[in-house]
Every structure is written in C-alpha cells, then in structure tokens.
Design a protein around this ligand. Structure first.
Ligand code: FCB
Length: 457
C-alpha cells in the first residue's frame, strides 16, 4: 500500500516532548541513601568512579532546564530524593522542600510540565537498613512519604510516576547482585517486587484521595525477548518464559493488582484500576537461545542479535522496531501511554542523532495505528552518573565534564530540538541526519520498505 508523500510526520497537538533524569544521577551529594553507601566499596562501579557531585543539579538544575526549554521541550521527568526530604524516620527537611519547590516552579515558568517519579532506585539509608523493599516497613514508610510529597508539591505537579522499573531493580539488586542490596536471590527478589507493587497500589489510592485530577502511573522497563531461532521450540519457550517473568508479571501487578505466578496470589480481590497511564522505558531487546550450559541464566541464554548495530558493549542492540512493538503491545491495556525513557549510551554522540530519528519514527507509526501515546521523555537531558557504569556510559543531549561541570550541546540535542519544535519529524531533518530513511518515511514507498529500513529485525 502506498503511503502519501508529506513533508512532516506530525505528532498530535499537545504531545509532550521531554527528557528524563533521576535525583541520584544528577543532583550530587546524596550521601544519605543506599546507592551512596554502595558506591563506596571498590569494584562495584565499573570505571571506579563515584557519583560525587553528579551533574550538580542541587545547584544547577535551572541552568539545564533553561536549555531544555530552548530545545523546545514542554516536559521533563525527574525524581525527588526521598533521603533528602525525609532524612530520618518521620523528619521532614524544609530546606529540601524549598529547593524542590524552586526547581518545580522554575520548570513551570519555562513551560515545562513536570512528571515526578517517587522511587527511582534510591532508598534512604534508614529504610535500607531496616530491610529495604524486602520489608513491610518500606511499604508503610513509602506510603507516608508519598502522602507528604503530594501534600507538599501537589500545587506544582499532577503527573506522578510511582516506581521506576520495579522488575529490573529486583533482578539487578537481588538476583544479579550488581545493585544494592547486592544479594538475596529469587525469593528476596520476589518479595521486594511484591512490596513495590503493594507500595504502588497504595500510592495510587493515596494520591487520588489527595489530588483531584492527578494522573498516576509507573515506568516499566519493557525489554523484548525474541527466540534466536523461531523454528526451535525450546528457543521460543525460553523467550516466552523470560518475557512472561520480566514483562507480563510487572504489567499485571502494576496495572490492576494481579500477582501472576510465580509471584503468588492476588494482591486484591478482583481487578482494580491502579494506573491512569502506562510509562514505558525502552532500550533494547535480547535474543534468547535455550542452552542448558548457561546455568546461571537457567538455560535461557540472552545475547544481542548477532550482526546487528550495538550501542555499546553490554548494552545491546539498537532496535527501534522494538519500541513500536512495545507500544502496540501496551495499547491492549486501553490506557494512555508515555515513553518515560528512551535513549542510548553513546559516548561520542555518533549514533544518537539517528537513534532519535528512528525511535521517533517508531512512535509515530504506533500513533498512526491508533496507539494512545501522549508524550516521550528522552534519557537524558545531561550526561549523568549511570549506576554501576558510573561515568562510563554517557546518555545526555548535553555533554558534561563532571570535574569542571562544563556543559556542551551535542549534535543530537539539535536533532531533538528540531523534532520538539516541529512537533514531528521533518523531511529536511531526516534528509540531513539519515537520508537513507527518506524514501521509506516520506516518499510513499511501500509499507514493506518502511518496515524493512526501520521496523524489522
Ligand atoms: C534506565 C534507568 C535510568 C537510566 C537508564 C539508562 O533503566 O531507569 O535510571 O539508568 O536506564
């Protein structure tokens, strides 16, 4: 079928073009949380670095947000640092309240709509020391914290993201042991995950009880798992099992409170609504091959698609079609969707400009097919501290020298600006950055060409 020629692949009016950050990764000086403690032990951060001042947002957020506004952004997703606002059990730290109010007010004055994440991987030490997410204590304290946050900042924000990537957090922290708490195994991971799901459910209700018009959702790291050889039944089963365990269980628990096996019984009797939107963080996919020799992977061996473009060692394939597939899949829940993160580790910004275009094209195709996508947040606005990778994996539109705190616009920032300003993908931009995609995207070439160049395996 021919697609009509056009000069801009337009996005719906009011679409949110944003970037995303998290408190620990950009603020600096968060010495009262579990990640800070974790980083002090040599060997845990691959490049031997520390978070330190991070991107110094505690003092420089305004600077970067002003650039975001100049880049045409009308949205930004950030997290509040629990350990700052509640430095010890029950205490409420006014100077931190004031600082966050400044940042949020500044965003609004720039025309940047905030989305606030309530848990993005960092726990106050006092919660961590009492068992972290494995404990019921964390669920209760999180509920109290959320209520206070909404009471304190509800005049500045009504778009909330309760928990970032709960399943990834459980797997990295408890099964792989590469993030805090660093051990525990499957049982502990299941417990922590269930508690995060309970915390999300409580937060959903608490926020709605306090704020009329609140929009509450969560951010799901949706990773695709494809059988390496679709003709081999065991590859198909292995891919399916990973997809079920990593993706389906999270969506069921966070959208309507259902705990699928092996997580246990239902969280609540019958389905309930626990999300006003689904946030999807999309980065890559894994190919899966059943191979019992990989015991630590339970025989479900994962790897990047051989021969594909790889973003950075260990980070996997650049696979924009996966974003389209993820969006189509999530549309079946009947809720609005935000891409709460998409991005690529690319230290010299050689891949990012094209990456942005192909991923935005994937979103546009999903929208064209009826997916209710409302906004997209690029990870990230400025280079920041990338957890176990430390400063070794750079994701920003702005480059940062952590020592001098000097910033420079990367070429990819200008690409994102063109998209945000045009509220769509202009032919002239694609012509400049990825001319090989023009025929498929703009010249009415057949769907198969469109699929072939951007969307397929
Ligand atoms: C996501 C995290 C975010 C950042 C990006 C690169 O999984 O939510 O904090 O680390 O990956």
């Amino acid at each position: 079928m021919e697609v009509p020629a056009s000069t801009t692949l337009a996005f719906p009016q009011g679409f949110l073009w944003g970037t995303a950050t998290s408190s620990h990764q950009v603020e600096g000086g968060n010495e009262n949380n579990d990640w800070w403690a974790w980083e002090q032990v040599p060997g845990r951060i691959h490049d031997g670095s520390r978070c330190g001042l991070a991107s110094d947002w505690w003092h420089r957020a305004e600077e970067d947000l002003a650039v975001a506004a100049q880049l045409g952004q009308n949205a930004h997703r950030l997290s509040l640092e629990w350990s700052r606002l509640e430095p010890s059990d029950g205490a409420w730290h006014e100077p931190s309240v004031i600082r966050y109010r400044q940042i949020l007010s500044h965003m609004r004055s720039l025309g940047i709509k905030p989305m606030v994440t309530l848990f993005h991987f960092t726990l106050p030490l006092w919660v961590y020391e009492r068992g972290g997410w494995e404990s019921d204590y964390a669920v209760r304290r999180f509920a109290r914290y959320v209520a206070r946050v909404v009471d304190t900042f509800g005049d500045l924000c009504n778009l909330w993201c309760t928990i970032n990537e709960p399943m990834l957090y459980a797997v990295y922290g408890y099964v792989f042991g590469v993030w805090p708490p660093g051990s525990g195994g499957l049982r502990a991971a299941g417990m922590a995950f269930r508690n995060m799901a309970r915390a999300h459910a409580q937060a959903y209700e608490l926020i709605h009880a306090r704020q009329a018009g609140a929009l509450v959702g969560f951010a799901k790291h949706l990773r695709l798992f494809d059988p390496m050889d679709p003709r081999r039944p065991f590859d198909r089963i292995a891919a399916h099992v990973l997809d079920y365990l990593f993706n389906d269980t999270t969506l069921a628990a966070f959208v309507d409170g259902t705990f699928l096996l092996p997580l246990g019984a239902h969280l609540r009797p019958g389905p309930a609504k626990l999300a006003d939107y689904i946030g999807v963080n999309y980065y890559s996919r894994d190919m899966v091959q059943f191979d019992p020799r990989y015991r630590d992977e339970f025989g479900m061996h994962r790897f990047a698609n051989p021969g594909s473009e790889i973003s950075m060692a260990g980070w996997g394939e650049v696979y924009p079609a996966g974003l389209y597939r993820a969006l189509r899949r999530l549309a079946s829940f009947g809720l609005p969707i935000y891409v709460t993160e998409f991005g690529v580790p690319d230290n010299d910004d050689s891949k990012r400009p094209r990456f942005i275009i192909t991923h935005v094209a994937a979103m546009r195709r999903a929208i064209e097919e009826g997916v209710p996508l409302r906004g997209a947040y690029f990870w990230s606005l400025v280079d920041n501290f990338e957890w176990a990778e430390g400063w070794g994996a750079r994701f920003g539109l702005l480059s940062l020298d952590p020592a001098s705190q000097a910033r420079t616009l990367k070429p990819s920032a200008l690409v994102y600006r063109r998209i945000a300003q045009a509220n769509g993908l202009e032919r002239s931009l694609v012509q400049e950055v990825a001319p090989d995609l023009v025929p498929a995207l703009f010249d009415g070439h057949s769907r198969s060409a469109y699929n072939g160049s951007i969307m397929s395996r």
